[in-house]
Write a protein that binds this ligand. Sequence first.
Ligand code: CP
Length: 304
Amino acid sequence: MTVARNCGKRDFLTLLDFSAEELAAIVQRARSLKQDPSPKTLTGKTGVAMFEMKSTRTRVAFEAGMAQLGGHMVMLSHQDSQLGRGEPVEDTARVLSGMVDVIVIRTGNQAQIEQLAETASIPVINAMSTRYHPCQLLADVQTYEELRGSITGATVAFVGDGYNMCHSYINAARQWGFNLKVASPEGYRPDPELVKSCNNVQLVETPQEAVEKADLVVTDVWSSMGHEGEQDSRLSVFNGYQITADLLDLASRDTLLMHCLPAHRGEEISEDLLDDPRSVVFEEAGNRLHSQKALLEFVINGGW
Ligand code: CP
């Protein structure tokens, strides 16, 4: 698929920053990069990746992906950058815009990502914030479509914390046209305004109701990064929201189970379920590499 070049820079802060056609093209390109992993489409290009919070998959996918495409990613931890010592984000944005071709950032401060994108003259990619995790959804959709065909019209269940992954699933439901049922305990439901923005999202009362006949079942940890201090209280609030084999049996016969990882076995997912034949979590994790490479090509080169 050919996507027209857009003259302005393209930030990827949420899935809504791209059109449905552009997202489909990125997923398609990710599938082709999986077959042919090292076309040198980003030779001479450089990026900087700033991670204020810990990461394995996202960080490695961006660093390895950039290298495989012929470019170079400078990895900058928060404590090693002047941003971590209080240099204004606007100054950081202007400086980096004169040096590299893309900024990748993971931070607990959503406003900081938005300020960075507003000031930078180069694309900014959200590598996960407190509000969204759009890169993960590219890999999730890629994984589903590789195994089951188009996700449009499918029924997806999200069970657990209505936080950044759930918010990105809501945006994904809108962009890819699938039906999303969300089961979260009271006080941990997704942003109601976001839910209202998407006609094909339904909040349901129980995990059983969400999972029934679902083509894809998704969960995430109950205490995301930044909420570790609430671990004990959340264990009791989320009691009953664990994905178990019995719960998964309510889904469609060929359902898939996804989790963005890292998982807390015995909490949001029962001890052995990641190894269940319905689980595709490691395929999903592997696709982070291919989808983030396609994303880098898209924002740096403006299309294919
Ligand atoms: N799923 C995910 O974003 O993993 P990392 O935190 O390891 O990057």
